[in-house]
Design a protein around this ligand. Structure first.
Ligand code: 5GP
Length: 120
């Protein structure tokens, strides 16, 4: 797998506004926020897409969700609520091929993300 911008952030080769870090994951603010609170939780292990998550990654991906809630609490948005999203490949809107959990909060978010009438 080729190196992504997130590997550079993990290795501190480029700066990021880091909110949480331990041996398994990193959480940092998204450079182009789509909500008043928008941060990313990434594994330090480079996994390209959610299609590439293996049995051995299951605990890691669950942990990413726990860290999302911990950081959301730090922002004071956990009780009001937040949205977690993992985009996969082209139709999912993925642009960085190192899995990441978007955490969006700070106002009521729209739903659904796809507007066309699916009933026809
Ligand atoms: P995707 O489109 O792959 O689901 O999300 C990638 C996210 O990474 C985007 O929301 C984008 O703004 C964010 N991003 C891309 N490059 C950087 C960067 O260099 N620093 C930070 N903090 N976020 C980035």
């Amino acid at each position: 797998m080729s190196e992504t911008i997130f590997t550079k952030i993990i290795n501190k080769e480029i700066p990021a506004d880091i909110l949480f870090e331990d041996e398994r994951v990193l959480a940092f603010k998204d450079i182009s926020p789509q909500a008043p609170v928008h941060f990313l939780v990434i594994p330090k292990k480079a996994i390209a897409t959610t299609n590439d998550i293996t049995l051995e990654d299951e605990a890691l991906v669950g942990y990413m969700h726990r860290v999302a809630a911990i950081v959301a609490k730090d922002f004071g948005v956990a009780e009001q609520g937040f949205r977690t999203v993992m985009n996969c490949n082209q139709d999912g809107g993925q642009t960085v091929y190192h899995i990441h959990l978007h955490v969006l909060a700070g106002k009521a978010l729209g739903w659904p993300p796809y507007q066309e009438n699916l009933k026809s």
